[in-house]
Design a protein around this ligand. Structure first.
Ligand code: SF4
Length: 388
């Protein structure tokens, strides 16, 4: 386990250096996405990077492994998906790099896959891969910001020498090319020098261990690009200020409200958003709660597997609607009608069309009731590394 954890950390460092270079010397699209959500975490990441040491706490090894497996799963997915596209013989550039200096701030975008076609209408499709534990129903705003930045820069810098391919071992590197030059050099495809003649879209492909979902299209948008560039400048300035003040990030603005990344954040130990009092006597209860919840999840999976197996057995049997007896128990599979749901927006719209918006709102308000307030226990992990 220790060898695996150490190896994963080292591989991660090598891969980051070879594919992304020194990330402290520029602002990347993922930094911008993070800064829009939480400036404190974005500056912390720029200054201190991700922690790579095995921590001294008792679950240091397993938490390090779990974090590395989560982080590296994305690279493994990428290698597998790349293989698929290569086997299909698709005209794709991998790890396209776009560089710009905006208001003295170096900014870079790294695009996972860029598909190019000159057949009929010249077309470019950017595909950003994201590995997820569970596929989200809507895309996280940090991912959207990232692809808006990518597609906006590609369109804006199209015929400028801002493009390159930043190599992993085995991939020929190049830089200082225009996008049409890169297409010709890498794919033998001649693209127009005028980006307005090209149909450009970006997509995000989310992959979990068993599902996939594509989000998009994201089109070049001047206001989104300006927001990205301004956020990059703000982050660079804030990082410089903190660096010259001795690296204290404590007072920087934090994410507002619930934020899904807080439990994974390297800088959550002393984050002012979680200001509180120390009462270590509750640790055993919290640990037991976590263990029980883990068992519950495992039991849920086990129950589903057994239920699915019994349903399949019933379908394959000749019971034809009758019960199957098994010693002192019996089972049967029957079809049930689906759950009824009310489409509130549709109802509002229909009522407003018939009686006017104001009366419809009043009617809906009269028919609505609010449940009693209830208490909700929130448990959040503290990552032991402290900074500042
Ligand atoms: S814990 Fe949450 S709010 Fe605090 S720095 Fe990290 S991401 Fe931001």
């Amino acid at each position: 386990m220790a060898i695996l954890a150490k190896g994963l950390v080292e591989t991660s460092i090598q891969r980051t250096v070879s594919s992304l270079g020194d990330r402290s010397r520029y602002i990347g699209m993922s930094d911008i996405g993070r800064a829009l959500e939480c400036p404190r975490a974005a500056v912390g990441n720029k200054l201190f990077g991700n922690s790579t040491e095995l921590q001294a706490n008792p679950d240091g090894l397993s938490s390090m492994l779990s974090k590395q497996l989560r982080l590296q799963r994305g690279h493994w997915f990428e290698a597998g998906v790349s293989q698929v596209f290569q086997n299909q013989g698709l005209p794709v550039i991998e790890q396209l790099e776009i560089q710009i200096t905006h208001n003295q701030v170096p900014i870079k975008a790294h695009l996972d896959f860029t598909f190019v076609s000159a057949v009929g209408q010249p077309t470019v499709r950017i595909l950003e891969l994201k590995s997820c534990e569970n596929i989200p129903s809507t895309l996280y705003s940090s991912y959207e910001t990232q692809v808006y930045g990518q597609v906006g820069l590609l369109r804006a810098l199209w015929n400028q020498p801002a493009f390159g391919v930043h190599g992993e071992p085995g991939r020929a590197e190049c830089s200082g090319r225009t996008f049409p030059e890169i297409c010709l050099e890498k794919l033998g495809i001649e693209m127009p020098t005028d980006a307005s003649l090209v149909d450009i879209e970006a997509w995000v492909l989310c992959l979990s261990m068993s599902e996939a979902k594509a989000f998009g299209p994201y089109l070049p948008d001047k206001s989104m690009l300006s927001l990205c560039l301004q956020t990059a400048v703000d982050l660079w300035t804030l990082t410089d200020d903190v660096r010259s003040n001795g690296g204290d990030i404590f007072d920087l603005p934090t994410a507002k409200g619930f934020h899904a990344l807080c439990p994974w954040c390297e800088f959550n130990a002393d984050c002012p958003k979680f200001e509180g009092v120390d009462q270590p006597q509750w640790r055993p209860d919290l640990e037991k709660l976590a263990t029980l919840k883990g068992e519950l999840d495992r039991l849920d999976v086990e129950i589903s597997e057994i239920e699915d197996g019994l349903k399949t057995a019933y379908r394959l049997s000749d019971a034809s609607g009758n019960w199957i007896n098994a010693d002192n128990q019996r089972f049967r599979v029957s079809s049930q009608s689906g759950r009824h749901t009310l489409n509130r927006e549709q109802l509002r719209w229909e009522l407003a069309a018939g009686m006017g918006e104001e009366k419809a709102e009043a009617l809906l308000a009269r028919c609505e009731s609010e449940g009693k307030p209830f208490e909700r226990l929130m448990v959040s992990k503290i990552n032991m590394k402290k900074v500042g």
